[in-house]
Write a protein that binds this ligand. Structure first.
Ligand code: FO1
Length: 321
Protein backbone atom coordinates (compact mmCIF):
# COMPACT_ATOMS: atom_id res chain seq x y z
CA UNK A 1 0.00 0.00 0.00
CA UNK A 2 1.32 3.41 -0.97
CA UNK A 3 2.01 5.65 2.04
CA UNK A 4 1.41 9.30 1.23
CA UNK A 5 2.15 12.13 3.66
CA UNK A 6 0.53 15.48 2.94
CA UNK A 7 1.27 18.82 4.64
CA UNK A 8 -1.97 20.75 4.83
CA UNK A 9 -3.33 24.16 5.66
CA UNK A 10 -7.07 24.85 5.53
CA UNK A 11 -9.35 25.06 2.50
CA UNK A 12 -6.77 24.42 -0.27
CA UNK A 13 -5.23 21.47 1.56
CA UNK A 14 -8.59 19.96 2.48
CA UNK A 15 -9.99 20.17 -1.06
CA UNK A 16 -6.77 18.73 -2.48
CA UNK A 17 -7.03 15.81 -0.05
CA UNK A 18 -10.53 15.00 -1.25
CA UNK A 19 -9.12 14.72 -4.79
CA UNK A 20 -6.18 12.66 -3.58
CA UNK A 21 -8.53 10.19 -1.88
CA UNK A 22 -10.38 9.77 -5.18
CA UNK A 23 -7.14 9.42 -7.19
CA UNK A 24 -5.56 6.94 -4.76
CA UNK A 25 -8.43 5.15 -2.97
CA UNK A 26 -6.19 2.43 -1.55
CA UNK A 27 -3.41 4.71 -0.31
CA UNK A 28 -2.58 5.14 3.37
CA UNK A 29 -2.71 8.91 3.79
CA UNK A 30 -1.28 10.83 6.75
CA UNK A 31 -2.00 14.54 6.96
CA UNK A 32 0.25 16.88 8.93
CA UNK A 33 -2.01 19.83 9.75
CA UNK A 34 -0.99 23.41 10.39
CA UNK A 35 -1.80 24.66 13.89
CA UNK A 36 -0.20 28.11 13.61
CA UNK A 37 -3.67 29.55 12.79
CA UNK A 38 -5.07 28.26 16.08
CA UNK A 39 -6.67 30.86 18.30
CA UNK A 40 -8.12 30.97 21.82
CA UNK A 41 -11.53 32.62 21.87
CA UNK A 42 -14.15 32.70 24.63
CA UNK A 43 -11.88 30.39 26.65
CA UNK A 44 -11.93 27.80 23.86
CA UNK A 45 -9.18 26.43 21.66
CA UNK A 46 -10.09 26.78 18.00
CA UNK A 47 -8.04 24.91 15.36
CA UNK A 48 -9.33 26.19 12.01
CA UNK A 49 -7.05 24.18 9.72
CA UNK A 50 -7.43 20.83 11.52
CA UNK A 51 -11.20 21.35 11.62
CA UNK A 52 -11.37 22.33 7.94
CA UNK A 53 -9.60 19.10 6.95
CA UNK A 54 -11.71 17.01 9.35
CA UNK A 55 -15.06 18.51 8.29
CA UNK A 56 -14.21 18.50 4.56
CA UNK A 57 -13.17 14.86 4.49
CA UNK A 58 -15.85 13.86 6.99
CA UNK A 59 -18.73 15.44 5.06
CA UNK A 60 -19.56 18.22 7.56
CA UNK A 61 -18.01 21.26 5.86
CA UNK A 62 -19.88 24.33 4.64
CA UNK A 63 -19.07 23.66 0.99
CA UNK A 64 -19.35 27.17 -0.47
CA UNK A 65 -17.52 28.89 2.36
CA UNK A 66 -14.84 26.20 2.67
CA UNK A 67 -14.60 26.50 6.47
CA UNK A 68 -17.04 25.95 9.33
CA UNK A 69 -20.02 23.60 9.45
CA UNK A 70 -22.80 23.04 6.93
CA UNK A 71 -26.31 24.05 8.13
CA UNK A 72 -24.79 26.32 10.74
CA UNK A 73 -26.64 28.69 13.09
CA UNK A 74 -25.17 31.52 15.17
CA UNK A 75 -27.33 31.72 18.30
CA UNK A 76 -24.40 31.48 20.74
CA UNK A 77 -22.54 34.25 18.89
CA UNK A 78 -25.64 36.49 19.03
CA UNK A 79 -26.07 35.80 22.74
CA UNK A 80 -22.41 36.61 23.39
CA UNK A 81 -22.86 39.84 21.47
CA UNK A 82 -25.86 40.72 23.65
CA UNK A 83 -23.51 40.48 26.63
CA UNK A 84 -21.05 42.73 24.79
CA UNK A 85 -18.60 39.84 24.52
CA UNK A 86 -16.55 39.70 21.33
CA UNK A 87 -14.73 39.43 19.07
CA UNK A 88 -17.53 39.76 16.59
CA UNK A 89 -15.25 39.55 13.58
CA UNK A 90 -14.64 35.81 13.94
CA UNK A 91 -17.63 33.70 12.95
CA UNK A 92 -18.04 30.74 15.27
CA UNK A 93 -21.28 28.85 14.68
CA UNK A 94 -23.24 26.74 17.15
CA UNK A 95 -22.29 23.38 15.65
CA UNK A 96 -18.64 24.41 15.38
CA UNK A 97 -18.68 25.56 19.03
CA UNK A 98 -19.32 21.96 20.11
CA UNK A 99 -16.03 20.86 18.51
CA UNK A 100 -14.11 23.58 20.36
CA UNK A 101 -15.83 22.74 23.65
CA UNK A 102 -14.91 19.04 23.35
CA UNK A 103 -11.34 19.91 22.37
CA UNK A 104 -10.87 22.41 25.20
CA UNK A 105 -12.42 20.06 27.76
CA UNK A 106 -10.16 17.19 26.73
CA UNK A 107 -7.07 19.39 26.76
CA UNK A 108 -7.98 20.70 30.23
CA UNK A 109 -8.16 17.05 31.31
CA UNK A 110 -4.57 16.61 30.12
CA UNK A 111 -4.89 15.11 26.66
CA UNK A 112 -2.46 16.49 24.06
CA UNK A 113 -3.88 18.03 20.88
CA UNK A 114 -2.85 14.97 18.84
CA UNK A 115 -4.95 12.67 21.05
CA UNK A 116 -7.86 15.11 20.99
CA UNK A 117 -7.70 15.33 17.18
CA UNK A 118 -7.79 11.54 16.98
CA UNK A 119 -10.84 11.50 19.26
CA UNK A 120 -12.65 14.15 17.20
CA UNK A 121 -11.85 12.16 14.03
CA UNK A 122 -13.57 9.12 15.56
CA UNK A 123 -16.78 10.94 14.84
CA UNK A 124 -15.89 12.33 11.40
CA UNK A 125 -13.98 9.36 9.96
CA UNK A 126 -12.02 11.49 7.47
CA UNK A 127 -10.35 8.43 5.94
CA UNK A 128 -6.87 9.83 6.63
CA UNK A 129 -4.70 9.93 9.74
CA UNK A 130 -4.86 13.58 10.78
CA UNK A 131 -1.94 14.73 12.95
CA UNK A 132 -1.35 18.26 14.20
CA UNK A 133 2.17 19.40 13.28
CA UNK A 134 2.90 19.74 17.01
CA UNK A 135 1.25 19.36 20.41
CA UNK A 136 3.03 22.52 21.56
CA UNK A 137 1.60 25.99 21.22
CA UNK A 138 2.64 27.77 18.03
CA UNK A 139 0.93 30.98 16.96
CA UNK A 140 1.50 32.76 13.68
CA UNK A 141 1.79 36.51 14.14
CA UNK A 142 1.94 39.09 11.39
CA UNK A 143 3.92 42.28 11.80
CA UNK A 144 1.88 45.13 10.33
CA UNK A 145 2.10 48.89 10.13
CA UNK A 146 0.44 50.23 13.29
CA UNK A 147 -2.78 51.91 12.11
CA UNK A 148 -2.59 54.23 15.14
CA UNK A 149 0.98 55.41 14.79
CA UNK A 150 4.15 55.33 12.75
CA UNK A 151 5.50 52.12 14.21
CA UNK A 152 4.79 48.46 13.71
CA UNK A 153 2.55 46.08 15.59
CA UNK A 154 2.26 42.28 15.77
CA UNK A 155 -1.24 40.82 15.42
CA UNK A 156 -2.50 37.24 15.51
CA UNK A 157 -2.77 35.73 12.02
CA UNK A 158 -6.58 35.49 12.29
CA UNK A 159 -6.81 39.16 13.15
CA UNK A 160 -4.72 40.04 10.08
CA UNK A 161 -6.60 37.59 7.82
CA UNK A 162 -10.20 37.87 8.97
CA UNK A 163 -10.58 41.23 10.75
CA UNK A 164 -8.17 43.23 8.60
CA UNK A 165 -8.80 41.15 5.42
CA UNK A 166 -5.02 41.29 4.73
CA UNK A 167 -5.60 44.87 3.58
CA UNK A 168 -2.83 46.40 5.70
CA UNK A 169 0.82 46.18 4.79
CA UNK A 170 2.50 43.11 6.29
CA UNK A 171 6.23 43.41 7.06
CA UNK A 172 6.96 39.97 8.48
CA UNK A 173 5.33 36.69 9.43
CA UNK A 174 6.51 35.02 12.63
CA UNK A 175 5.51 31.50 13.68
CA UNK A 176 5.92 32.22 17.39
CA UNK A 177 7.06 29.15 19.30
CA UNK A 178 7.79 27.01 16.22
CA UNK A 179 11.53 26.73 16.84
CA UNK A 180 10.93 25.34 20.32
CA UNK A 181 7.99 23.15 19.31
CA UNK A 182 8.46 19.41 18.88
CA UNK A 183 6.71 17.53 16.09
CA UNK A 184 3.61 15.75 17.42
CA UNK A 185 3.84 11.99 18.03
CA UNK A 186 3.73 10.15 14.72
CA UNK A 187 4.88 13.06 12.55
CA UNK A 188 8.57 12.14 12.17
CA UNK A 189 7.62 8.48 11.85
CA UNK A 190 5.21 9.30 9.05
CA UNK A 191 7.99 11.01 7.07
CA UNK A 192 10.40 8.16 7.76
CA UNK A 193 7.94 5.56 6.44
CA UNK A 194 6.46 7.59 3.56
CA UNK A 195 6.64 6.57 -0.09
CA UNK A 196 5.88 10.11 -1.20
CA UNK A 197 5.48 13.50 0.50
CA UNK A 198 3.12 16.05 -1.05
CA UNK A 199 2.80 19.84 -0.60
CA UNK A 200 -0.74 20.65 -1.78
CA UNK A 201 -1.60 24.10 -3.17
CA UNK A 202 -1.80 25.50 0.38
CA UNK A 203 -0.43 28.85 1.45
CA UNK A 204 3.39 28.59 1.23
CA UNK A 205 3.94 31.09 4.05
CA UNK A 206 1.34 30.56 6.77
CA UNK A 207 0.33 26.94 6.07
CA UNK A 208 3.25 24.92 4.65
CA UNK A 209 5.83 27.48 5.85
CA UNK A 210 4.60 27.22 9.44
CA UNK A 211 4.67 23.42 9.40
CA UNK A 212 8.23 23.52 8.03
CA UNK A 213 9.22 25.94 10.81
CA UNK A 214 8.54 23.37 13.56
CA UNK A 215 11.92 22.15 14.75
CA UNK A 216 13.00 19.01 12.94
CA UNK A 217 10.22 18.86 10.33
CA UNK A 218 12.10 20.45 7.41
CA UNK A 219 15.10 18.20 8.09
CA UNK A 220 12.92 15.08 8.39
CA UNK A 221 11.37 15.79 4.98
CA UNK A 222 14.71 16.52 3.34
CA UNK A 223 16.23 13.37 4.86
CA UNK A 224 13.26 11.06 4.17
CA UNK A 225 14.87 9.93 0.90
CA UNK A 226 11.51 9.79 -0.91
CA UNK A 227 10.08 12.04 -3.62
CA UNK A 228 8.70 15.35 -2.36
CA UNK A 229 6.32 16.93 -4.85
CA UNK A 230 4.29 20.12 -4.66
CA UNK A 231 1.50 21.89 -6.52
CA UNK A 232 1.62 25.63 -7.10
CA UNK A 233 -0.99 27.72 -5.26
CA UNK A 234 -0.15 30.56 -7.64
CA UNK A 235 -1.66 30.50 -11.13
CA UNK A 236 -0.87 33.22 -13.64
CA UNK A 237 0.75 35.41 -10.98
CA UNK A 238 -2.16 35.42 -8.55
CA UNK A 239 -3.21 33.11 -5.71
CA UNK A 240 -5.92 30.68 -6.74
CA UNK A 241 -7.69 31.50 -3.47
CA UNK A 242 -7.04 33.65 -0.44
CA UNK A 243 -4.48 36.38 -0.10
CA UNK A 244 -1.20 34.47 -0.29
CA UNK A 245 0.33 37.23 -2.42
CA UNK A 246 0.27 39.64 0.56
CA UNK A 247 2.21 37.23 2.73
CA UNK A 248 4.66 36.23 -0.01
CA UNK A 249 5.60 39.90 -0.36
CA UNK A 250 6.07 40.09 3.42
CA UNK A 251 8.74 37.38 3.21
CA UNK A 252 10.28 38.81 0.04
CA UNK A 253 9.09 36.14 -2.39
CA UNK A 254 7.57 37.14 -5.73
CA UNK A 255 4.00 35.96 -6.41
CA UNK A 256 4.75 33.45 -9.15
CA UNK A 257 4.62 29.68 -9.51
CA UNK A 258 8.35 29.58 -10.14
CA UNK A 259 9.33 31.82 -7.21
CA UNK A 260 7.37 29.66 -4.77
CA UNK A 261 9.15 26.51 -6.03
CA UNK A 262 12.52 28.23 -5.69
CA UNK A 263 11.54 29.44 -2.23
CA UNK A 264 11.02 25.82 -1.11
CA UNK A 265 14.19 24.95 -3.02
CA UNK A 266 15.67 21.79 -4.46
CA UNK A 267 16.93 20.79 -0.99
CA UNK A 268 13.31 20.08 -0.13
CA UNK A 269 11.36 19.71 -3.38
CA UNK A 270 12.01 17.12 -6.09
CA UNK A 271 9.01 17.88 -8.27
CA UNK A 272 6.66 20.84 -8.83
CA UNK A 273 3.44 21.16 -10.79
CA UNK A 274 2.51 24.51 -12.29
CA UNK A 275 -0.72 25.35 -14.09
CA UNK A 276 -0.77 25.24 -17.90
CA UNK A 277 -1.06 29.05 -17.77
CA UNK A 278 2.44 29.05 -16.26
CA UNK A 279 4.01 26.58 -18.72
CA UNK A 280 6.62 29.25 -19.46
CA UNK A 281 7.94 28.85 -15.89
CA UNK A 282 8.91 25.17 -16.38
CA UNK A 283 12.51 25.75 -17.62
CA UNK A 284 13.18 28.20 -14.77
CA UNK A 285 12.03 25.70 -12.12
CA UNK A 286 13.99 22.88 -13.75
CA UNK A 287 17.08 25.11 -13.86
CA UNK A 288 16.73 25.33 -10.07
CA UNK A 289 17.04 21.53 -9.90
CA UNK A 290 13.33 20.76 -9.46
CA UNK A 291 11.51 18.54 -11.99
CA UNK A 292 8.54 20.52 -13.30
CA UNK A 293 5.41 19.85 -15.37
CA UNK A 294 2.55 22.12 -16.45
CA UNK A 295 -0.92 20.62 -15.94
CA UNK A 296 -4.37 22.12 -15.17
CA UNK A 297 -4.33 23.13 -11.49
CA UNK A 298 -7.78 24.59 -10.86
CA UNK A 299 -9.65 22.63 -8.16
CA UNK A 300 -13.03 23.31 -9.80
CA UNK A 301 -14.53 20.01 -8.62
CA UNK A 302 -13.37 16.72 -7.09
CA UNK A 303 -12.75 15.09 -10.51
CA UNK A 304 -10.47 17.94 -11.61
CA UNK A 305 -8.72 17.83 -8.23
CA UNK A 306 -8.28 14.05 -8.49
CA UNK A 307 -6.57 14.54 -11.86
CA UNK A 308 -4.18 17.05 -10.24
CA UNK A 309 -3.43 14.60 -7.44
CA UNK A 310 -2.83 11.81 -9.96
CA UNK A 311 -0.39 14.09 -11.84
CA UNK A 312 1.46 14.74 -8.58
CA UNK A 313 1.80 10.99 -7.94
CA UNK A 314 2.98 10.42 -11.54
CA UNK A 315 5.59 13.16 -11.10
CA UNK A 316 6.71 11.48 -7.86
CA UNK A 317 7.25 8.21 -9.75
CA UNK A 318 9.20 10.07 -12.43
CA UNK A 319 11.57 11.75 -9.99
CA UNK A 320 12.12 8.44 -8.19
CA UNK A 321 13.13 6.70 -11.44
N1 FO1 B 1 -12.64 32.87 7.92
C1 FO1 B 1 -13.21 34.08 7.68
O1 FO1 B 1 -12.91 34.70 6.67
N2 FO1 B 1 -14.09 34.63 8.59
C2 FO1 B 1 -14.45 34.00 9.72
O2 FO1 B 1 -15.24 34.51 10.50
C3 FO1 B 1 -13.87 32.69 9.98
C4 FO1 B 1 -14.23 31.95 11.09
C5 FO1 B 1 -13.74 30.64 11.22
C6 FO1 B 1 -14.18 29.82 12.27
C7 FO1 B 1 -13.74 28.51 12.38
C8 FO1 B 1 -12.85 28.00 11.42
O3 FO1 B 1 -12.45 26.72 11.52
C9 FO1 B 1 -12.40 28.80 10.38
C10 FO1 B 1 -12.83 30.12 10.26
N3 FO1 B 1 -12.42 30.91 9.21
C11 FO1 B 1 -12.97 32.16 9.02
C12 FO1 B 1 -11.38 30.45 8.27
C13 FO1 B 1 -9.95 30.77 8.77
O4 FO1 B 1 -9.84 32.07 9.23
C14 FO1 B 1 -8.84 30.77 7.72
O5 FO1 B 1 -9.30 30.66 6.42
C15 FO1 B 1 -7.78 29.77 7.99
O6 FO1 B 1 -7.25 29.86 9.28
C16 FO1 B 1 -6.65 29.85 6.96
O7 FO1 B 1 -6.36 28.56 6.67
Amino acid sequence: MQRIVVLAGGIGGARFLRGLQQAAPDADITVIGNTGDDIHLFGLKVCPDLDTVMYTLGGGIHEEQGWGRADETFTVKEELKAYGVGPEWFGLGDRDFATHIVRTQMMAAGYPLSAVTEALCQRWQPGVRLLPMTDDRVETHVLIKDPEGDGQKAVHFQEYWVRLRAAVEAHAVVPVGADQAKPAPGVLDAFAHADVIVFPPSNPVVSIGTILAVSGIREAIADAGVPVVGLSPIVGGTPVRGMADKLLSAIGVETSASAVARHYGSGLLDGWLVDTADAGAVPEVEAAGIRCRAVPLMMTDTDATARMAAEALTLAREVRA
